[in-house]
Every structure is written in C-alpha cells, then in structure tokens.
Design a protein around this ligand. Sequence first.
Ligand SMILES: [Zn+2]
Length: 233
Amino acid sequence: MNLSFNLYRLQVLDSKASQVKTRLAEIQAILASDSEIAAAQEAVDAARSALTAEQKKLRDLAQQHAAKKMKFDLNQSQLFGGKVRNPKELQDLQNEAEFLKNDMANLDEAQLTVMETQDLCQADLDAAETSLSETLKRKAGENSKLLGEKGKLEEELANLQAQRPSISSQLPAEAVEAYDALLTLKGGRAVAEVEDDSCTICGMRMTPAEAQAARSPKTLVRCRSCGRILYRT
Ligand SMILES: [Zn+2]
C-alpha cells in the first residue's frame, strides 16, 4: 500500500468533485437570475407608457379641436343665418371665425406632430417587444442547455463520491482524518505533487533526507513550508 499515492488519488477525486460543485453553483446562480428578462420587460413597459402618453395627448387635442369646431359651426350659422344684421356684431363674428379657424389649424398641426411621435413610440414598443420575446426564447434555450449540463454534473459528482470509499478504505483511518483536516485548512488542496524535489504548490525545496523519505511508500512527508502532504509522481 502506497500511502502518499492513495492520498494523491483521493486528492484528485476531491479536486474534481470540488470543480463540479463550483460549476453546479454557477449554473444554479444563472438559472436563478433573470435580470436580462427583467431589463427587456422594463424596456417594454417604458415604451408602452410612452405610447399611452402620446395617445392621450392625441385624444385631448381631438377633443379641443371638436370643441373649437362646434363653436365655429355655431359662429357660421350666426354669421350666415340672417338673424344678425348689426355690422359691429357681424364683424365680431367674422373676427371670432378667424380666431377659431386659426386655433383649429394650430390644433391640426399639433395633432400631426403628436401622430409622428406616436409612430416613433409604436416602433420603439414593437422593437422592445421583439427583443423581449427573443430574450425569452434565448433564455429558454440557454436554460435547457444548462439544465442538461447540470444533470450530467450531478451524475459525475455522484460517481466521484461513490469512488471515494474504495480509495479511503485502502488507507489507515488516521491518514484519511489528517488528509480531511488539511483539505479544509488548505483550501481544498491537502496533497502537493513534488517536482525537482520541490513542493509544486509553494515551491519549498525538500531536504535530501525528506526526498529520501518521500520515496518510501509507507512514510508521509509534509512540506516544511505549506504543511501539505507531498506526493512524488
Ligand atoms: Zn509546500
């Protein structure tokens, strides 16, 4: 039984499991956040309320125009009805008719301007709605891809976890305990590979005695600097 080799296998397994867990957490976060959809929905709401405001302006202008038209029709029937004969009154009616025509022309122009703005608002709304539906479609596609990946990762994680006992059962319990404690203490890396007689994680060089000891399958050598279990490949 090679102690450091089996601990190294455990480390490889745990590192893979840790990567899988990290990716699973990322996927979970992506699935939970729908900020893009919310932004697209906000754009639709804003475009719709802008359009509604223009539609209201247009209705108000049309009402004002109708009121002026009513006054104008009344004015015309008085002016040409034959009942008013007084020149001063006729002149007043004539003046009023000019004012009303002028007002109606201004209102017509204002309505045209609002109609143009309304068209622009409608185009904005159409674009925002298209963007929202595309976002929803794309998100559904992405989410289904992510869900597929999530399923595979969960399977992989279960596999990795199932392999752990077959390795740890080949190790003395105290070695596994020491490894587990180091794993927590050292950010998920309890075993460090050795290259050129040095720890590949912190770079500390082994003494000749340590290098010698590390060759024995039954001895565990810890890095003098970072404390990790050293494994000579
Ligand atoms: Zn080290």
